[in-house]
Design a protein around this ligand. Structure first.
Ligand code: GLU
Length: 388
């Protein structure tokens, strides 16, 4: 089921990686969005960025934004002093500033007829299975509806221990969650340098990273800046997450108008180049890492459909074995007991047992809500090649 298209061409030219991506996550640092002196939104710059985003949408690309800036905007709104804030003060500032931030995005995207949607996430939402599935489902639906999700950390409920604290890693987790092919980290640095350029005149830009080695980590440690809450360390950590998810990542300066267009025109930056693709990584994960918690036995028609790369519909399933939750891994067997595939079930075992053999249009009537049409979506299936 892994077609050649999913394999990455290592020779593809770097500026075209953004243009070639189907789904792009763009993370924008506070220092770009909010003018430091006035703590107000830098409107002309913001407009130029949104124009670039609209350009991507026009080319048919899906875009998600991870936008910082809530705390910086909220500070001014609440009249908080300058200098470091206590955690509760940051959370209060974020609560006030998030309203303004979301409003600015809605206005700017709305002016270009793009619906904006606010999504606030915490660390737990990307790590706990159930919440993860819900967050992913919502983001997928928003993208399918043509919206641009505008994401930030849910600072109000995130305590010290359960915070990302930086939107670099949050953005990488989001990219991983929704199988994005490209993650763009815009901040006020041009990329990863061999040493801190502010301290070392010999520091040079690293144009390309293919693996996050201890050497790469050491460069980030030496060049950590006070920009935003993350610095270079969290960007390299984001790079590690992105690469493991088959997602290309770029660290680039947003200190220019039209920062995405500038990148596509070949501006200086550091590319973290993935050797796999998100679809391949996901299938490999399904094929290997998890323990199955149940089984679905399918009829010959469904088996043939699966072999053609189609999703598994309830109609083709004749039996449900074992107990499993929504999102758990199950084995798909034919009636002779052969394992055909492994996949993530869109329903738990009790619900699955009630809808098997039925047409998908009956699901709502039987379960009382409108769930997915597929019992296992084809993106969540990995065929097992044991017999020819
Ligand atoms: N969530 C924070 C804010 O909106 C930003 C965190 C970060 O920039 O890494 O202000």
């Amino acid at each position: 089921m892994l077609s050649g298209k999913m394999t990455r061409d290592p020779a593809d030219s770097s500026p075209s990686r953004i243009a070639a991506a189907r789904r792009v996550v763009i993370k924008i640092g506070s220092a770009l969005l909010v003018d430091r002196a006035s703590n107000r939104l830098d409107a002309p710059w913001f407009e130029s960025l949104v124009e670039d985003i609209a350009g991507l949408r026009q080319r048919g690309q899906e875009v998600l934004v991870v936008s910082s800036g809530a705390i910086a905007l909220g500070r001014r709104h609440l009249g908080l002093r300058t200098g470091p804030l206590r955690l509760e003060e940051s959370q209060a500032a974020a609560a006030a500033g998030q309203v303004q931030l979301a409003h600015a995005w809605q206005e700017a995207l709305g002016a270009r007829r793009i619906p904006a949607a606010q999504v606030l996430l915490t660390l737990g939402d990307t790590e706990q299975r159930r919440r993860y599935l819900n967050a992913r489902g919502t983001l997928e639906t928003l993208l399918a509806l043509g919206a641009v999700p505008v994401i930030n950390e849910n600072d109000t409920v995130a305590t010290e221990e359960i915070r990302y604290g930086d939107n670099d890693r949050l953005a990488a987790r989001v990219a991983q969650m929704i199988s994005a092919d490209c993650l763009v980290l815009l901040s006020d640095t041009t990329g990863l340098h061999t040493a801190d350029p502010a301290r070392d005149p010999d520091a040079t830009l690293v144009p390309e990273v293919r693996a996050v080695t201890p050497e790469i980590e050491a460069m980030a440690g030496a060049s950590a800046t006070d920009v935003g809450s993350g610095g270079m360390i969290t960007k390299v950590m984001a790079g590690r997450i992105a690469l493991s998810a088959g997602c290309h990542m770029v660290i680039a300066s947003g200190r220019v108008r039209h920062p995405l267009a500038a990148l596509e025109a070949g501006a200086e930056c550091t590319w973290f180049v993935a050797s796999s693709s998100p679809a391949r990584v996901r299938k490999q994960w399904i094929a290997g890492a998890l323990q199955p918690s149940g089984e679905l036995v399918v009829d010959a028609g469904a088996a043939a459909a699966l072999a053609q790369g189609k999703s598994l519909l309830p109609a083709g399933v004749v039996r449900v074995n074992g107990r499993f939750e929504r999102g758990d891994l199950v084995l798909v067997r034919d009636t002779a007991g052969r394992v055909l595939a492994r996949g993530l079930s869109a329903y738990d075992s009790t619900e699955a047992a009630r809808i098997i053999g039925l047409r998908s249009s009956m699901i709502e009537q039987v379960l009382g809500y409108r769930g997915r049409e597929e019992l296992i979506h084809r993106n969540d299936l990995a065929m097992v090649e044991t017999h020819g």
